[in-house]
Design a protein around this ligand. Sequence first.
Ligand code: IPM
Ligand code: MG
Length: 359
Amino acid sequence: MSKKVLILSGDGIGPEILAEAIKVLNVLSVDFGLDIDLDNGLIGGAAIDAVGNPLPDETLDKAKEADAILLGAVGGPKWEPLDIANRPEKGLLKIRSELGLFANLRPALTAPQLVEASALKPEVVSGLDIMIVRELTGGIYFGQPRGIRELDNGEKEGFNTLVYSESEIRRIGHVAFKAAMKRDRRVCSIDKANVLEATELWREVMIDISKDYPEVELTHMYVDNAAMQLVRTPKQFDVMVTTNMFGDILSDLASMLTGSIGMLPSASLDKNGKGMYEPIHGSAPDIAGKNIANPLATILSVAMMLRYSLAEAEQANRVEKAVDVVLSAGYRTPDITSTGMKNVGTIEMGDAVVAALKG
Ligand code: IPM
Ligand code: MG
């Protein structure tokens, strides 16, 4: 039976980069026998404009039925005047939460061809291979109470709640340790246990879980130090496991070690391995519609989707190989270019990957 993939293009550069990912999926089905069915849904600002809701029920229903979801990005200045509860980002947070996609895997891998594109020295980043495991459906992003209230003196006060239950920490911890077992068997848990009780518990639970994985070395780092260490000696890390907000911040930071945020894919998985796949970058409204966005993070997200949710490891390898070939041939979108390279736009980059796939 064909596998169902739901495409949620979203806003900004979302539709452009998704168009290139779809070209890749089409080649896999026409030329390499991948059996999938693509459907589309509305999310984010596009959904607000069409039906007044950043996550329409129809989209959520389709997402629940799909075997995997491929997402572009959401948000943009057009919707910033809306209050937080009705913004495009709410659509993304709601789909993550409704589908129980608590495990966000954000690999930061420096392609050898892009070592020069990093802002850091080549020796610091070459061969970098980190897996950031970010908790995605809890923490301060979802904690109650939250809001903006007026105090007795008439002043306004904004408040959010950082809360983690033991079971939430436990399940993301297991994902991290299992990932480490397939890698270099090292987990660094990132917290702020010197200040925040929620992450004091985080640390305790990580220590407890580590007893189930005697072959994995567990270390702990405060998040401020982790940010510094990521820039100083990023290769010291194998798997990093952390909270929703710390993971949001550290994964953007880690992406620049690899040359460009336009290169990094991600997977958000539920307890059964069903997932949503998206580039870690945002909707980049400033460059939308200009044919300059890098589609490779999305194309590499397709590879993660094939591997993690569709059990198509061979097809995943095929996509990753094609990206490698294209980078070796010198194709570069503006975010990763350097002198002597073949400067191309979004569409040409997608075409180059398609050509590499076809061989
Ligand atoms: C990400 C993004 C989202 C997040 C935004 C768009 C809500 O920054 O996926 O990293 O904060 O999780
Ligand atoms: Mg982010």
